[in-house]
Design a protein around this ligand. Structure first.
Ligand code: GDP
Ligand code: GDP
Length: 467
């Protein structure tokens, strides 16, 4: 074991310590968490390493992460001899990630590590690594026997489950570490870099997002979580007479504007009485939105009102991301039914992404902004004519139409992508739906509405179809 080279620095941010026996994937996990910032990459697995501190960030929370690489004495692993460095790291940790390997199962060494960690009295998360596919999920629960709480299934190699784990980890930090910035002036981030987003009103090119949903589905909770984790500013919506407050948030996926968040920001008891109006306001916001987040309370399933709101979003023509909130309250056996319900009752929303989250705990919330960014991108897609026609050809080869065929297609417009198909006769509506699905799949258009127009030779044009 290499002796300690220096004293621990005074800590300005939370400390996450990664522990576990060799080869379980600790350094892979650290690299996954640190991402592109990884300064040093360990090449050989299982080698003894010095204690290495790296900076990491998740949803605006900055923290230090330490890989306790070779912390077990190799002579007598069962004694779990902890090096002085590792011991100090563990003693200072805000959260310890205790990594075990699902492909090997629990070993005596794991149990020895668990005993040391239990004694430390720190917050521990049991991370079951190398869960690369669903098949492994069943084995994860063995780790309950370590007596350190519910296990987290991840694949450090592929990134599976690491976002949910990080959601939980940053949630366990002392509250002073939260990097919420809501003031109007320029703000300074942890590195002392001035952030100039604040102040300006009508930023162009910033996607405008409307949060829509029935009362009590969790919109405010979600909004505050989305904003709380990011840098945000608010401003009164310019050029309108309504008492609207928009919130601009800087995120790793780019800048996003949440429209008319007045009610969500300062939700009080009195405002709870005016639910009817809050729904109307949300619908107004929809007209200005580039993207809608339809929030649904998963515990009540898809209600008639949810369907009405979804129809209204459909009519507005903007892409939608469906958010099933309060997912943690849904019993495992009911989950498939609810997802099937979304497919059945919200079918007219096309292939909108459906996210399962808990706004209250933050689970899954990190998927929302990337989904918004993907929807925005899909909405603006431009498919080159050559590629479109190659796709139309292979779609028709895979499943030839009856009676007529598509001879040629062009994307006449974007926002949303609008295609004109030239045919030599009438195509069945079911066939057009098949073509639409094919185009969505090939060009990743899932999150956006698309329009398809048909120009049939001989007939005077076909009808335009949306979604
Ligand atoms: P450490 O000694 O605990 O730091 O382990 P390493 O990070 O060096 O990983 C040990 C070995 O496990 C390496 O060959 C990794 O590529 C592999 N590994 C790490 N994470 C995963 C994973 O999630 N899935 C799979 N299949 N292999 C992994
Ligand atoms: P809004 O009317 O749509 O803005 O809903 P709120 O954000 O005010 O939430 C309504 C209630 O649902 C509150 O009591 C929240 O604490 C609760 N809530 C919101 N999100 C979740 C969640 O993910 N899980 C659970 N269990 N409760 C939630």
């Amino acid at each position: 074991m290499t002796p300690a080279k220096s004293e621990a620095p005074t800590r300005t941010q939370p400390l996450v310590v990664v522990a576990g026996r060799p080869n379980v994937g600790k350094s892979t996990l650290v690299n996954r968490i640190v991402g592109r910032r990884a300064a040093v990459v360990e090449e050989r697995p299982g080698v003894t390493r010095d204690r290495k501190e790296l900076d990491a960030e998740w949803c605006g929370h900055h923290f230090t992460i330490v890989d306790t690489g070779g912390w077990l004495s190799s002579d007598d692993p069962l004694d779990a001899q902890v090096s002085a460095q590792s011991e100090r790291a563990i003693g200072e940790a805000d959260v310890i990630l205790f990594v075990v390997d699902v492909t090997v199962g629990l070993t005596d060494e794991d149990l020895a590590v668990a005993r040391v960690l239990k004694k430390s009295g720190r917050q521990v998360r049991v991370v079951v690594n190398k869960v690369d596919s669903d098949q492994r999920e069943a084995d994860v629960w063995d780790a309950l026997s370590l007596g350190l709480g519910d296990p987290w299934a991840v694949s450090a190699l592929h990134g599976r489950g690491t976002g949910d784990l990080l959601d939980d980890v940053v949630g366990a930090f002392p509250t002073t570490s939260v990097a919420v910035r809501e003031d109007d002036g320029p703000v300074t981030d942890a590195d002392g870099v001035v952030d100039l987003v604040a102040g300006t009103a009508t930023e162009e090119g910033i996607p405008r997002v409307a949060l829509v949903g029935r009362p009590n589905v969790g919109k405010s909770t979600l909004f505050n979580r989305l904003v709380g984790d990011e840098r945000s500013i608010t401003h009164d919506a310019p050029g309108t007479t309504r008492d609207a407050v928009d919130t601009i948030v800087e995120t790793p996926e780019g800048t996003v504007c949440f429209i008319d968040t007045a009610g969500m920001r300062r939700k009080s008891r009195t405002e709870r009485g005016t639910e009817y109006f809050s729904v109307l306001r949300a619908l107004d916001a929809l007209d200005e939105a580039d993207i809608a987040l339809l929030v649904i309370d998963a515990t009540s399933g898809i209600t008639h009102q949810d369907q009405r709101l979804a129809e209204r979003i459909g009519a507005s023509g903007c892409p939608v991301v469906v958010v099933l909130n309060k997912w943690e309250l849904v019993a495992a056996e009911d989950r498939i039914g609810i997802l099937a319900d979304v497919g059945d009752r919200l079918a007219f929303l096309g292939e909108a992404p459906v996210l399962k989250i808990s706004a209250l705990s933050g689970l899954g919330v990190h998927h929302i902004l990337p989904a918004v960014a993907a929807a925005e991108e899909a909405y603006h897609s431009r498919i080159p004519t050559g590629e479109l026609n190659r796709a139309l050809k292979s779609i028709q080869v895979a499943h030839p139409p009856v009676g007529a065929r598509i001879q040629y297609g062009v994307q006449g417009a974007n926002d949303p992508p609008t295609f004109t198909l030239f045919t030599n006769g009438r195509l069945q509506p079911t066939y057009l739906r098949y073509v639409e699905r094919g185009l969505r799949e090939r060009f990743d258009l899932g999150p956006t509405p698309i329009k398809i127009r048909v120009r049939a030779k001989g007939a005077n044009g076909g009808g335009g179809r949306k979604r």
